[in-house]
Design a protein around this ligand. Structure first.
Ligand SMILES: [Mn+2]
Length: 291
């Protein structure tokens, strides 16, 4: 029996037993945080919009002929200790650690990109040789921005200073001072990969260690595909291009956690919300199919 979409407070329109924590292989942690964004505000509405849009998805996946939800997908209560960037990072870190100990596969629903920092810290502790694979329009390599090292423009610099291998895909905006932190062979600029064949995908995978944390800033996609994001830029990845790349990553690496961030829902259109929800379910489907 399907539940009434109007009453939904968890991901996907599925029977409740599949959303219960004890049954679930996957846990989605909503982090409705938008404390440091600087252009279009509203990423704090992202988790709610993803969960609402997920009600419109079919549970069956036509590409992989499977129903991944039967592995169980628990939607955690939204993280609410968001009083400062430091408090938010710490509460994400603690929550991810908690679910790691229960052997759950964790995905974050952002929120702006700084929500990834606490998850990356927890993953790096568990997997010392961790790579962070970032899909993004922006390098996010600033040491600090607007006075904070936890600004969303600094996420990948934080990952680097933790000692993670950072591989960046789809980037088309770098500030001159950030450039010193770009590791050229780990950077796959949009102009080098979009409208090209898929050879770069293998090269990007070759730059990753075995254990990978996947962070998808939705602005890595082209704004014609995903318009509702806080700092859109032209010239991003296509939908099927991203899916082919993610399949290759999941097939060849061990993805240990993920996030989907920077959805900034628009009152005029649910297209981007549905894309984000579809992407979250597709990542879970890939993890199930290639586990
Ligand atoms: Mn970003």
């Amino acid at each position: 029996m399907k539940k009434n979409p109007k009453e939904t407070d968890y991901f996907l329109d599925m029977e409740e037993e599949f959303a219960q924590e004890r049954n679930a292989r996957y846990v989605l942690i909503p982090v409705p945080y938008d404390g440091t964004s600087t252009f279009v505000k509203g990423a704090d509405q992202g988790p709610r919009a993803i969960i609402e849009a997920s009600d419109s998805l079919e549970l069956y996946d036509v590409m992989y002929d499977t129903e991944a939800y039967t592995a169980g997908i628990c939607t955690d209560r939204p993280l609410l200790d968001l009083s400062s960037p430091e408090a938010m990072v710490e509460s994400v870190y603690q929550r991810v650690k908690y679910f790691q100990e229960l052997h759950k596969m964790v995905g974050l629903l952002g929120g702006e990109h700084s929500v990834s920092v606490g998850a990356i810290r927890a993953m790096k502790e568990k997997y010392p040789n961790l790579s962070v694979l970032q899909i993004d329009a922006h390098a996010d390599l600033r040491d600090e921005y607007h006075g904070s090292p936890y600004n969303h423009a600094c996420v990948m610099r934080r990952a680097q200073t933790m000692g993670a291998h950072v591989v960046q895909v789809g980037v088309r905006s770098v500030e001159a001072a950030e450039k010193q932190h770009v590791v050229r062979e780990n950077m796959f600029y949009a102009h080098e990969i979009v409208e090209k064949d898929d050879a770069w995908m293998w090269q990007a995978c070759d730059r990753l260690t075995d254990e990978v944390y996947l962070t998808v800033d939705l602005d890595g996609l082209d704004p014609s595909v995903l318009p509702a994001t806080g700092t859109p830029l032209p010239g991003g990845l296509g939908w099927y291009q991203l899916l082919r790349f993610l399949e290759l990553v999941v097939r060849t690496k061990k993805v240990v956690g993920f996030d989907v961030v920077e959805l900034c829902p628009s009152p005029d259109s649910v297209v981007s919300d549905v894309l984000a929800a579809t992407l979250v379910y597709r990542i879970i489907t890939l993890l199930e199919v290639f586990k």
